[in-house]
Design a protein around this ligand. Sequence first.
Ligand code: ARG
Length: 251
Amino acid sequence: MKALLLALSLALAASAAPARTLDTIKSTGKLVAATEGAFAPFNFYEKDKLTGFEVELAEAVVKKMGFAIEWKAGNFDTLLTGLAQNRWDVVIASHAITDERAKAVTFTAPHYCSGGIVVSKNPSIRKGNDLAGRSVAVQTGSTYYENVTKLGVTRNVRSFPSDVDARAALATSRVDAWVTDRFTAMESAKKNPELKFQLGDLLFTERIAAATEKGNTALADAWNKALAAVMADGTYAALAKKYFGEDVRCK
Ligand code: ARG
């Protein structure tokens, strides 16, 4: 009986394993960050190495916090749930702050503002209304899915595991349009001019932030303080210039 109780309480303790507190991170000196690695120019692989605006920014922020950083990469739709499973301390993968997500995680202060745009190869598909009756590719679990659906003009919104897959669907003309971030679209159009991607109008704007486990406000506050410092000391401006040629902070 005693053994059973012990096993039970151990199992309970394991399933309710608390996220690493700021103090634990301090004692190990290392923060574990997760991203996707398939959303250029924000987070992507260059050969085998994770890089991008968010990767470099997180490295600067975590350095300012006084920690080393360890990267983990995962599919986009596993990233936020991984916080509660204690697989990593912070997620930075271009997540827009939404009420729905804010029920499950604690968002930090936003690190950029952007929006979703319509990309097509057909010059007459530029605006939300032009999507009427059209097939539109978006990434699974992204805000693009709900935002396109919300327009109420098409029932043919198709989800792809990564934004790269959604882009490929447009490149090979399996869909009429692709909705993605404005900077991701610009990068793609620039890198592959032969695809003749045409960038349409901004459909909606969003505030993008990193996230910690729900309620880990000590960690989120420490991140915010370091982010503010990096935004004030020129580091942020230099990274924004390097990746976008413009400042992308939320105004
Ligand atoms: N901003 C969009 C969202 O919040 C797309 C994010 C996509 N991020 C990524 N790493 N693929 O859902």
